[in-house]
Design a protein around this ligand. Structure first.
Ligand code: CIZ
Length: 301
């Protein structure tokens, strides 16, 4: 164990802290974390764990979500500028404008959105429950923000609904092109192709399976196939290679690295615990409304 790892462990104990790491974090951050998973799983963990401090190794909206569900705990985001360009494609004012354009139509926001955007929305969803949430709404028309690719995927699963989509997208997932899938299929005809629904509809259409990071990991760990071509951020390979060393995993595109997710290092976790940085703070009104939006999702799933 390195000196830095030992120091992190010491501080963690001293502060009664828990380290949560998203599936997209670098391997050594995933290795030191108490829990690794998608943002929803981690935020749920955050809310139920008996600890005083949560170090959320992920991006801004994830730490914000953890704070919304655990308002009495200190939630630290080790890298203050670890943002999400997809979440930044829409503001609260944009949502208010959509509501003016489509009065009475419910707004479903993907968890990849700011607290202000959540506060203006009716219900939140993740990539693993978006279809279920939208199907369960009584309304035929639904506004879905901010990921247009995920929205397109959901719209295909729920053809009786009319989705009004915001055309935001994840720059990392958008790198995968249909040609990458076709070439990879030629190289590995026996492989299963697993992609995230944040990939373009053309890429999703060529895949064997589309799902959230946790669903991709679950599929690859549990199905009988030996080789997988993965269309999501490279971080998921950390868990897959550890849990299934008998299988082979390849990325569909060499650039599937989210620069924001890769900012967090052991040094930043240490600094976070030492100096209480960067502590999530939310204004009361936004927090109240955004928590209502998140809790509605929790009641449904
Ligand atoms: O919700 C998450 O954690 C994200 C951003 C992706 C996923 O599918 O897990």
């Amino acid at each position: 164990m390195t000196e830095l790892t030992q120091e992190i462990r010491r501080l963690k104990q001293q502060r009664n802290a828990v380290i949560l790491a998203h599936n997209y974090q670098i391997d050594e951050v995933q290795a030191i974390a108490d829990y690794v998973g998608d943002s929803f799983y981690l935020s749920r963990q955050a809310a139920t764990l008996a600890c005083d401090v949560i170090v959320f190794c992920g991006v801004y909206f994830m730490a914000e979500t953890a704070k919304l569900l655990s308002p009495d705990k200190t939630v630290l985001l080790p890298e203050a500028d670890a943002g999400c360009p997809l979440a930044d494609t829409i503001t609260a004012e944009d949502v208010r404008e959509l509501k003016r354009l489509y009065p009475g139509v419910p707004v479903v926001c993907y968890i990849n959105s700011s607290a202000e955007v959540k506060a203006e929305s009716d219900i939140c969803c993740t990539s693993s429950n978006a279809v279920r949430i939208i199907r369960s709404l009584p309304d035929r028309q639904v506004i879905f923000i901010p990921d247009g690719h995920l929205g397109d995927y959901v719209a295909k699963q729920v053809p009786d609904k009319k989705l009004i989509l915001w055309q935001g997208s994840c720059v990392t997932h958008a790198k995968v092109k249909p040609d990458d899938v076709l070439k990879a299929r030629q190289r590995h005809p026996e492989a299963k192709i697993l992609v995230h629904p944040e990939c373009s509809p053309e890429v999703v259409a060529l895949a064997d399976f589309a799902g959230s990071t946790s669903e991709i990991i679950h599929y690859a760990e549990n199905s009988a196939d030996k080789t997988y071509l993965i269309g999501t951020e490279a971080g998921v390979l950390c868990q897959l290679k550890t849990s299934r060393p008998d299988k082979e995993f390849f990325l569909l595109h060499a650039g599937l690295y989210c620069p924001n997710m890769k900012k967090t290092r052991l040094q930043s976790i240490y600094q976070a615990l030492l100096d209480d940085q960067y502590s999530m703070k939310l204004d009361e009104r936004t927090a109240k409304q955004a928590t209502r939006t998140l809790r509605k999702m929790l009641e449904m799933v």
